[in-house]
Write a protein that binds this ligand. Sequence first.
Ligand code: NAP
Ligand code: G4F
Length: 383
Amino acid sequence: MPKTALITGITGQDGAYLAEYLVKQGYVVHGIKRRSSSFNTDRIDHLYQDPHTENRNFILHYGDMTDSLNLTRIIGDIQPDEIYNLAAQSHVKVSFDTPEYTANVDGLGTLRILEAVRMLNLISKTRIYQASTSELYGLVQEVPQNEKTPFYPRSPYAVAKLYAYWISVNYREAYGMHVSNGILFNHESPVRGETFVTRKITRAVSKIALSNQRELYLGNLSAKRDWGHAKDYVRAMYLILQQEKPSDYVIATGVTTSVREFVRLAFASIGVDVVFTGEGLKETAVITAVDKSLFCQKVSEEAYDKFVKRIGEVVVGVDPNYFRPTEVDLLIGDPTKSKTKLGWEPEYDLHALIEDMMLGDMILMKKEDYLMKGGYRVLNYFE
Ligand code: NAP
Ligand code: G4F
């Protein structure tokens, strides 16, 4: 019999990569998606199977992390071998605007899953992965951070995730459940949500190169993150649930980079040198040189002629609206435990990650460029 997995948050970045990975491992994958007024399944459309297909191995259910009855019914119907609880209001800045909702989904949502498994007498059958986060370390108490580093959350998101972390540990200890926390550091990809900083940068750099955007505005350029690739990180989730005993693991690359440096590397990947000058709100990045052959190879010859005229101009500025009331300044993980116990190794370094994201966004933005230039008649509903 193939194993059955249930993924909450299957329409998100990690949900999509994990679903694809588990289908390849021979699993029957069930996912919970929210009802929304427009399609929210872009990332998993390639896995979709018509409901009339026999022996489907990819099945979606409507549900919501705020609805206990719905979650309990789905878990009872499927009786999964593994649950990957990835659903969350996952944007740190947005959690300051929606703290109660974030607590409900990210904190209590986890409790709802755990309680459903307990009430349905699935404790001996169902293993649970909880999507914990390096945001728990917040105002870091130790550098680098490992499984024993004390937590100091700095946002409503991180506080909600702190509850989820500890309620998972508590159910493991109180009821002997196979529940594990993956304390994942930032991981990105070409399908990363568009408002997280890396994707905001790779999208903007692509648009700026095609002359469809003049400037990019960011918040705290000095924040440092340990950025990996989501493809590598979903493999770690799977490995965590294959362990005989449940435990908590840091998943990270062990390398940290500032937002400022990420911007510089994204431009450099298409042959553009930018230099940062000024301080605080007055800090800007200016184009200083363009490598013609790399730019033409990665963008296009047509775009080069226009872009090269921008040497000396500002392309990045600071907008305080993107600052957070409390910031996490530095994250860098120590993945020793996951490397030794899980045998996990990331395949992507930061350069490979940026190449992958820039390639994806350049293709996307070229398509948009084509559409903007009249390749497609945009529907106007008020016409
Ligand atoms: P993401 O792209 O924002 O995906 C979040 C998923 O949760 C989406 O499928 C979303 O549905 C779903 N969701 C949100 N609210 C929900 C609700 N009320 N009920 C049901 N589903 C809901 O996040 P991600 O980057 O894949 O991250 C996956 C998980 O890992 C999250 O729990 C996140 O907090 C955690 N995490 C992420 C990172 C990272 O760097 N990516 C690091 C550490 C931990 P829609 O598509 O409909 O919005
Ligand atoms: O890309 P970010 O929004 O990610 P953040 O806050 O680190 O959270 C992500 O990673 C966590 C793991 O550590 C996850 F748990 C969480 O769900 C999410 O996936 O911001 C990264 C850094 C921050 O310091 C932020 O202040 O970039 C800084 N930043 C600077 N300018 C910006 C911007 N962030 C965003 N989103 N937008 C900006 O314009």
